[in-house]
Design a protein around this ligand. Structure first.
Ligand code: SF4
Length: 570
């Protein structure tokens, strides 16, 4: 794709890729990814989903598809083992996601569909497959701009066999054993879902409250995962296949619906000053029907609430007030009135109306629900992530908050850890196994399991180079080797991840991204959280310089020839 392409122009491409492990039966491997240029950020975006479309695509015999151009009229792309066909989608256009899915999905055929938000060009419109979403960066708007309402794959024609079935089976058994004995995967996420993050995040003061003005609240217990399980009869509602099973549904406001994930609780709940799980679940369902990313929607509404309180925009939305939010979400999806402005996202609003200092985004992508002032490594990860303020490029919160393995308020060594986890995450995303496998796959092998925790934490904190050398990634690498027959050493495996990360960075640098964009919202750099007596802020510049050195980028954040040659890119 040429640099400078308008994300909503026909020349933008969307790639849809089931992972290497899709269909093999490996634990948590039912995931696929969409990659395109984002209309929200103007740079690359990739988003992963565990809905059934990926399996249908792969078992129809397709390792991936790339879509470009634009249809003259609303269209469905039909994919079978025989080829592809474009069909008229007039009957589907304008329909909300569940209605469209009801017309498209059968036992064998599974769709990927946009809602009204995608049709109308909302910059953070998502795509749905079953009850799971490709949420971030507005990929739904890219599909809508192509007049593509849905893609439907009819699978079940191919069986996916690993290259070395015996070895693969053995590794899957080990992987399942590790998952089933790891406290985070087998207890916390399986029983309480990602909403279980709310409690440790509130304790660590990194739960967004009122547009990240604070990081905790005395009534936050109302949105803890444990509270949700107790009061809302939650039960599994997951990606498939999955061994961890973090996804849940439950009874909210008297109806059965998907349980909100932690990010939704944080952005479309506590960051709006709302601590009512019934209400958050209803907004989550509304966003799911309209096809809107809950993180960006919540981030945008929180900015509007603060801007309105400061008199920068005229809106009835206010922190802690439910009234008006339903209407605002509908207005965004249908681009009505001020909704058309909100549909452009936080960055665009703050550039138009001022209020940049409290616009909580990086590179245009609204920040996930972890305040980096209580997790410095996460702050660096947000600043340098290739798709913007993404928590998943290097999920440092896990090491800094959940596991107590790295000091959350220290900058020391964080650059090396962010680089390591970025590279590993690119590997995991290419396998398309769920990132939540990391807890079990990295912590259950004997070396990490039987090293006393204080020693492990000391090693990780003070000797990051050595600790990184010792980390056992052999399950991921072994699954790759056994599935494909292409043998990679640990070094080669991680280098493949590094190559992916740097290629993404190059895609961004040719769009003008450099060190000036690897930043955090001003609020995170100069103002402490209301509850934090020490008023900590993120020491970003120091970590950023170390990160560029570790990556072999120059001071402007541009990959240098030495880095590109080593990775075989030049
Ligand atoms: S652990 Fe959760 S996010 Fe991961 S594959 Fe399973 S249900 Fe999906």
């Amino acid at each position: 794709m040429a640099p400078g392409v308008d994300p909503l122009a026909p020349d933008n491409h969307i790639a849809l890729m089931p992972g290497v492990l899709m269909g093999t039966g490996a634990p948590c491997s039912g995931r696929f990814e969409a990659i395109t240029k984002s209309p929200l950020t103007g740079i690359m975006v990739a988003s992963s989903c565990g809905g059934p479309f990926g399996m249908a695509l792969k078992t129809a015999g397709w390792d991936g598809i790339i879509i470009t151009g634009k249809a003259d009229a609303p269209t469905i792309l039909e994919i079978t083992d025989q080829g592809v066909e474009f069909k008229d989608a007039a009957v589907l256009w304008g329909k909300e996601i569940p209605e469209a899915q009801a017309l498209l999905d059968t036992k064998e055929s599974k769709s990927l569909v946009i809602g009204p938000a995608g049709e109308n060009g909302v910059r953070f419109a998502n795509l749905a497959s079953g009850h799971r979403f490709l949420g971030r960066g507005g990929i739904g708007a890219v599909m809508g701009a192509k007049n593509l309402k849905a893609i439907r794959a009819t699978g079940g024609k191919f069986v996916i066999r690993p290259h070395d079935p015996a070895k693969f089976k053995k590794l899957c058994k080990t992987a399942t054993r590790y998952i089933n004995r790891n406290p985070l995967s087998a207890d916390r996420y399986r029983n309480y879902g990602t909403s279980s993050n709310a409690k440790p995040c509130n304790q660590a003061m990194i739960l967004p409250v009122n547009n990240f003005q604070d990081g905790q609240d005395k009534v936050a217990v109302k949105v803890f995962g444990e509270t949700m399980a107790r009061d809302h009869d939650t039960r599994p509602h997951t990606c498939k296949p999955c061994t961890i099973r973090c996804g849940h549904k439950g009874t909210f406001a008297g109806e059965e619906m998907s349980a909100p994930e932690y990010e939704t609780i944080g952005l479309l709940g506590t960051s709006l000053g709302i601590f009512d799980l019934d209400q958050i679940a209803l907004w989550n369902r509304l966003c799911g029907r309209l096809g809107i990313d809950t993180i960006s929607a919540g981030g945008t509404l929180a900015w509007v609430m603060e801007a309105s309180a400061k008199g920068l925009v005229k809106s009835d939305l206010a922190f802690g007030q439910v009234a008006g939010v339903d209407q605002a979400l509908e207005d965004i999806a249908f681009m009505r009135g001020f909704g058309a402005q909100m549909a452009m996202g936080t960055r665009a609003l703050s550039e138009k109306y001022s209020g940049r200092e409290f616009a909580i985004h990086v590179k245009g992508l609204e920040m996930a629900a972890y305040d980096p002032r209580g997790s410095f490594g996460q702050g660096l990860a947000y600043a340098v992530a290739n798709r913007g303020a993404c928590h998943l490029s290097a999920y440092m919160v896990a090491q800094e908050v959940y596991l107590d393995l790295l000091k959350p308020d220290s900058a020391f060594g964080k650059a090396k850890w962010v680089k390591f986890f970025e590279d590993l995450t690119c590997c995991i995303n290419s396998l398309q196994t769920c990132q939540f496998t990391m807890f079990a796959f990295l912590l259950e092998p004997p070396l990490s399991k039987y090293t006393p925790k204080p020693l492990l934490a000391m090693l990780m904190q003070y000797l990051p180079d050595l600790a990184i050398q010792l980390i056992d990634v052999s399950l991921y690498q072994g699954l790759w080797n056994a599935a494909t027959g292409i043998r990679l050493s640990k070094r080669e495996f991680l280098r493949a991840g590094e190559r992916i990360h740097v290629l993404e960075r190059l895609m961004n640098t040719r769009e003008g991204i450099d060190a000036k964009d690897d930043v955090l919202p001003l609020r995170m750099l100069v103002r402490g959280r209301a509850s934090d007596v020490q008023k900590k802020v993120v020491p970003l510049e120091k970590m950023k310089a170390q990160y560029y050195r570790a990556r072999k980028f120059d001071q402007k954040g541009i990959p240098q020839p030495e880095c590109l040659e080593r990775l075989g890119i030049l």
